[in-house]
Design a protein. Structure first.
Length: 130
């Protein structure tokens, strides 16, 4: 995939994350994501195939983006690092925490996602009760 196509895919995933944060995963449709990201539905179908694969890709992209932002700001005293994490998680910019919640909700109903979502948790932390 070329740089332009890769950037467009990233823009689509960010648009999908915004829609998921606003509407929830269950109510997210291709039409909503197409409108939010400014691409035709056919582009979404080309990139992802179906809605479920789009949601999973958006969950993974959002998790990777959030973890990168948090890791980048982990400087200073332990208290300052904790404040950075708390501000990022509880902050309203982007609604990333809402996407995390939707990802966990989705994992409750989808065994395949539940099994694969452990890869997105920090340090291999368990993502479901044993």
């Amino acid at each position: 995939m070329g740089r332009r196509a890769g950037r467009r895919r990233q823009d689509v995933l960010e648009g999908a994350a915004r829609v998921i944060a606003e509407r929830g995963a269950e109510a997210t449709r291709f039409a909503d994501v197409a409108e939010a990201s400014g691409v035709p539905i056919s582009t979404l179908q080309y990139y992802f195939g179906n809605r479920e694969d789009l949601l999973v890709a958006a969950f993974r992209h959002s998790a990777a983006t959030d973890l990168a932002v948090v890791r980048q700001g982990l400087r200073g005293t332990p208290w300052e690092r904790l404040l950075h994490i708390a501000h990022h998680v509880a902050g309203e910019e982007g609604g990333g925490w809402r996407v995390w919640v939707e990802s966990w909700r989705w994992a409750l109903r989808d065994a395949e996602w539940r099994g694969s979502s452990c890869a997105t948790t920090p340090h291999g932390a368990p993502c479901s009760p044993r």
